[in-house]
Design a protein around this ligand. Structure first.
Ligand code: F0G
Length: 466
């Protein structure tokens, strides 16, 4: 009998014809038997689960305990794979849900129906910290000395901050050359991560880091690591908490490597199974049009989860055509500039669980939505604004009703990518043309142009009066 058969938490292959299980003490990023993705599963009959989500509110009064302060670990009964003593936390998940009247109006919602979930408020400035705390915890459980990831920037910033603060492992990050926003690169460097700029894009970097991790026994922290996705489930728990445990009608999230959407679907499936919610929100995953593999596979080719028996031949031939035609992802939303989303199958399952839809939005729509989030909220990086642009599109199409309660996930902080923001608002036509033009952005209807004024009191006062 494998150790996993008697454990309360174990890893399990998602393919229905395989379903092999592995213990949590193993470091795996795919099923060794069949190569499919692994899930973390629990024997829910043997772990203490609250009778009602409201019970988690008791943790608000014990916030001196770092585990109760963490926005991830105060829900630890819903991701019960680690002993308290093993948990690595840096105070992640102190993020908030806010209703935004201005952004709601832009999207076309009735008053108080549009909410923004600011994951940019995490320690490293993106949602990745929700997952990285879980991966770092597992890395400690298995005694990892070196951890690595490939990244479009945020995963590397997150892994680097956990390494620099927790100091339990060293870290190597692989980034694509010229493909990473400066805010993110500066974080990896400043947090002292060994940073390899691969002469290629994100997909190349991910392929290489997987090989290196396998060859050198390095702990891999990309979202193929099933532990990471357990942490990302808690974004949904916090949204439910902010809405007094009443599920919204829609969750709208940008789609890149599809870890978030996968984790959200798993969170809702588990909550429903445990009887902790009675209704599952619908999920909208939004691709950038320049990196739209999920959109094409799901909406055009009608690829479905199909109880785990996905049409792999269709996926392979789709990717082969892409390679033959030398089509590579290209979007200003560099965080989601991804060719082959590794969590595709888990995302298909989430779309099934949540009666989901997939849409694509142009870089123009993304930057316009981003400017609206900045003017009517805390701001976000370009990839994050895909959620708001996607909500607007679904509203325009009548898929989202104006009276629905909609939560857009803002995955990363505004300061992650100042280049795109400044180019959009700037009055410098050459900068606009250089940075945004190649991505089909031709106008900036919501630009807030800086005003150039002579160094003269009278002129400044005149400028104020305009
Ligand atoms: N938004 C931001 C700001 C991101 O950094 C990412 C992914 C996504 C959305 C997409 O999320 O992969 O769960 O669908 N960034 C990864 C990285 C790829 O390396 O930082 P997903």
């Amino acid at each position: 009998m494998p150790a996993s058969a008697t454990a309360t938490a174990f890893q399990q292959c998602l393919h229905p014809d395989c379903r092999r299980t592995y213990g949590v003490e193993e470091t795996l990023t795919a099923c060794p038997a069949c190569g499919n993705l692994l899930d973390l599963e629990y024997d829910w009959n043997r772990v203490p689960v609250p009778k009602s989500l409201k019970e988690f509110e008791a943790r608000w009064s014990t916030r001196r305990n770092p585990l109760d302060c963490s926005g991830v670990w105060r829900f630890r009964e819903l991701l019960p794979f680690a002993k308290d003593a093993d948990i690595v936390t840096i105070g992640e998940g102190q993020t908030i849900l806010q209703s935004s009247a201005a952004v709601g109006k832009f999207v076309g919602m009735n008053a108080d129906r549009l909410f923004l979930q600011y994951e940019g408020l995490n320690p490293s400035g993106s949602f990745k910290d929700n997952g990285m705390t879980a991966a770092a915890t597992h890395a400690r459980m298995v005694g990892a000395k070196v951890a690595a990831c490939a990244s479009t920037g945020n995963t590397s910033a997150s892994l680097a901050i956990y390494a620099s603060t927790a100091r339990i492992f060293r870290v190597v990050v692989f980034v694509g050359s010229g493909k990473i926003a400066y805010g993110k690169l500066s974080q990896a460097l400043d947090f002292d991560a060994r940073t390899l700029q691969i002469l290629g894009d994100f997909d190349d970097a991910l392929e290489r880091v997987r090989e290196v991790a396998g060859a050198r026994g390095i702990y891999l922290c990309n979202s193929v690591n099933p532990f990471r996705l357990e942490g990302q489930k808690t974004i949904m728990f916090r949204i439910l908490e902010a809405l007094a445990w009443e599920p919204p009608d829609w969750i709208v999230v940008p789609g890149g490597n599809l870890g978030n959407s996968s984790a959200f679907g798993k969170a809702f499936a588990e909550l429903k199974k445990l009887g902790l919610i009675d209704r599952i929100p619908r999920l909208a995953v939004i691709n950038a049009a320049g990196a739209n593999k999920l959109h094409r596979l799901y909406e055009h080719q009608k690829l479905r989860w199909n109880d785990g028996r996905t049409d792999d031949a269709m996926i392979e031939s789709f990717y082969a055509t892409m390679t033959n035609e030398k089509r590579r992802a290209s979007t200003l939303a560099s965080a989601i500039e991804i060719n082959r989303p590794v969590n595709l199958k888990k995302c298909l399952r989430a779309l099934e669980v949540c009666d989901g839809v997939v849409r694509e939005v142009s870089d123009q729509e993304i930057l316009d939505a981003k400017a609206q989030v900045g003017a009517g909220g805390f701001g976000c990086e370009p990839a994050s604004a895909a959620s708001v642009a996607g909500a607007k599109l679904l509203r325009d199409q009548g898929v989202i009703a104006p009276s629905d309660r909609v939560v857009c996930i803002l995955t990363g902080h505004q300061l992650k990518d100042p280049t795109a923001t400044v180019a959009y608002h700037s009055a410098d036509a050459a900068l606009f043309a250089e940075k945004l033009g190649p991505h089909g952005v031709t106008t900036a209807p919501f630009a807030n142009r800086p005003v150039v004024v002579e160094n003269n009191l009278q002129k400044i006062i005149e400028a104020l009066e305009v």
